[in-house]
Write a protein that binds this ligand. Structure first.
Ligand code: PLP
Length: 368
């Protein structure tokens, strides 16, 4: 049993060359403004240990992660050169680790700022950080009253090497949404009340809202991994995740009968069914029951019946029989049916498809 690929129910191929191409595409869209990379949640499920070095090779110098453990793992992966920003901020109890691994917290409140400033004083040196202003997410970042207090007393930043002031867009994927301009205005107004600092606002979709949103650093994640940052328009990004599931069993049915748990699908005429080796335990959401599609040799095959934990059944009646046998593959993600298409079928977004990709896949990374 040497070939782990032969033992897996499904194969996930991650195209590092496509990630690098997507990075270059975003750099081009930013027109000279530096481009960071969001690699939180294990690089959106694709494996930070492989993805982050590829992004660095493409030119990325700034990286954003969500949690302290991600920051520490990333520092170990990338070595001392990269700038690592931690979106969760300096959670109490993590400060020593952040200092030891040169991680810059994104300070989300005056309380965060006060504690980081106190640490800088005790350390006797300026400590790197970014400052997050809330302009419409009501999630993280200084709210208006805290911004006002900081505007009144810039001394609150003493000892902090504040490399960026940043905010985050709530509706960037909807280019016509009024909140985009409102957040842009609020961000500009906030900057006028603060010391002159480099700024960062745009996530993947924000980069495509135009140069006014670019400031001094782009901060894309999803687009790097193939998610369309411009929904409703052609996807400018290359697809990165390629997923194929192995056919375990093929059956010809000719009598009326039901398929899967709950008997939610009924075969009515002569049909050929293929059962493949992945399921909701692998991130193939149960909401894909009777809605997902796969492909065999470019021919569309619908998922029939409920998605179960380890199995999905496809109706492969339309496929020439020689292409349907145990061991053959059904494609779920590729260039023509990407994460956004699967997400649409599942009633979710490409981000959730990627970050839910399971741990049981045989994963390979290709680089050309
Ligand atoms: C996740 C995240 C990003 C990247 O967003 P995408 O939509 O994936 O490009 C940028 N900034 C912040 C604050 C984030 O949380």
């Amino acid at each position: 049993m040497a070939d782990t690929g032969a033992r897996a129910g499904a194969l996930l191929r991650i195209d590092l060359a496509a990630i690098r191409a997507n990075y270059r595409r975003l750099v081009q869209e930013l027109g000279g403004v530096p481009c960071a990379a969001a690699v939180k949640a294990d690089a959106y499920g694709l494996g930070m240990a492989r993805v982050a070095p590829a992004l660095r090779a493409a030119g990325a110098r700034h990286f954003f992660v969500a949690l302290p453990d991600e920051a520490l793992a990333l520092r170990a992966t990338l070595g001392p050169e990269a700038e690592i920003y931690l979106l969760a901020g300096a959670m109490p109890g993590t400060e020593a680790d952040l200092l030891a691994h040169d991680v810059a917290p994104v300070l989300n409140s005056l309380g965060d700022l006060e504690r980081w400033r106190g640490l800088a004083r005790r350390e006797g040196r300026r400590l790197a950080a970014a400052l997050h202003i809330d302009t419409g997410m009501s999630r993280l970042g200084l709210p208006e009253d805290e911004l006002a207090a900081l505007a009144d007393d810039h001394g609150l930043l003493d000892g902090v090497d504040c490399r960026y002031v940043m905010s985050h867009l709530a509706c960037a994927e909807d280019a016509g949404h009024a909140l985009n301009q409102a957040q842009l205005d609020a961000f500009r107004a906030a900057r006028r009340r603060l010391p002159d600092l480099p700024a960062s606002l745009a996530n993947s979709s924000g980069i495509f809202l135009g140069a006014a949103y670019h400031f001094d650093l782009g901060r894309p994640g999803a687009a790097l991994y193939g998610v369309n940052p411009t929904p409703g328009r052609p996807n400018p990004m290359a697809s990165v995740a390629h997923l194929q599931a192995r056919i375990l069993q093929v059956r010809d049915v000719d009598a009326p009968q039901s398929v899967g748990y709950g008997a939610t699908y009924r075969v009515t005429g002569p049909s050929r069914l293929a059962t493949v080796g992945l399921g909701y335990a692998d991130g193939i959401f149960r909401s894909l029951s009777n809605r997902g599609t796969g492909f065999i040799g470019g021919i569309k095959v619908p998922a029939v019946g409920r998605v179960s934990m380890d199995l999905v059944v496809f109706d492969v009646s339309a496929v020439p029989s020689e292409a349907v046998r145990p061991g053959a593959m059904v494609t779920l993600l590729d260039d023509t049916h990407g994460v956004d298409a699967l997400a649409e079928e599942a009633g979710t977004i490409g981000y959730e498809i990627l970050t839910a990709l399971g741990r049981r896949y045989h994963r390979t990374y290709t680089d050309s």
